[in-house]
Design a protein around this ligand. Structure first.
Ligand SMILES: O=C(O)COP(=O)(O)O
Ligand SMILES: [Mg+2]
Length: 221
């Protein structure tokens, strides 16, 4: 089975690094700093969108300024790894899924360079056959295209998507791929409101969920 993962809020809690970087960029612009909850709420649609929301929080709409801040954020983003942590059991679950013969891919709205940088830092880059970022193609999630790209790069065929947010739920629905929800991530609405086939808060449950879903897909197909 192909299992595609979202990154931020699903495998890793990267919000502290994103928050720190956001405040560095705001400080550089002479703008007031924002708290962690506010910045975490801006994660999900990719970094350029997050930067526009940083400006929006200050009541500013200025494309030239946004472009300058996006470039500054981008220059810092590959190095923004020091505060990032795995959700408990995430690395072990990836290893278990690999050992069971599943093919793993990643589909994030984070730009692909910092996505690869943080995955390398966390020691999981080699687990993944495909890594698709928010800038890998012309469209990003919730468009289904990046998820389809990740699945194709994993060899194509039936797949499951593991994600944490409204963006992932909309992507899964648009792509026609069953969603497994990680409930401890950055979503803003109850997980029950997402169309999903399974949900988990503890990564220890994930290999069993994937095995059950793989069997269900095989029976259906
Ligand atoms: O960088 C973002 O905005 C979101 O990243 P994610 O798609 O891995 O959750
Ligand atoms: Mg996410």
């Amino acid at each position: 089975m192909i299992v595609i993962f979202d990154l931020d809020g699903t495998l890793i809690d990267s919000a502290p690094d994103i928050h720190k970087t956001a405040n560095e960029v705001l400080a550089e612009e002479g703008l007031g700093l924002l708290d962690m909850d506010t910045v975490r709420g801006f994660v999900g649609h990719g970094m350029p969108h997050l930067v526009r929301q940083l400006l929006g929080a200050h009541g500013i709409e200025d494309e030239a300024r946004a472009a300058r801040m996006i470039s500054s954020f981008g220059a810092r983003y590959d190095g923004a790894v020091g505060l990032t942590r795995f959700y408990a059991g995430a690395a072990e679950a990836l290893a278990a899924l690999k050992a069971q013969g599943h093919v793993l891919g990643l589909c994030t709205n984070k730009p692909v360079a910092p996505a690869r940088a943080v995955m390398r830092h966390m020691g999981i880059l080699d687990c993944f056959t495909a890594v698709i970022g928010g800038d890998s193609g012309p469209r990003r999630k919730p468009d289904p295209e990046p998820l389809w790209m990740a699945i194709a790069d994993c060899g194509g065929g039936p797949a499951l998507f593991v994600g944490d947010s409204e963006v992932d739920a909309a992507t899964a629905t648009a792509a026609g791929v069953p969603l497994i929800v990680h409930t401890e991530g950055y979503r803003k609405t109850p997980a029950e409101d997402f169309p999903h086939v399974a949900a988990f808060s503890d990564f220890a449950a994930l290999p069993g969920i994937v095995a059950a879903q793989a069997e269900a897909l095989e029976t259906a197909g």
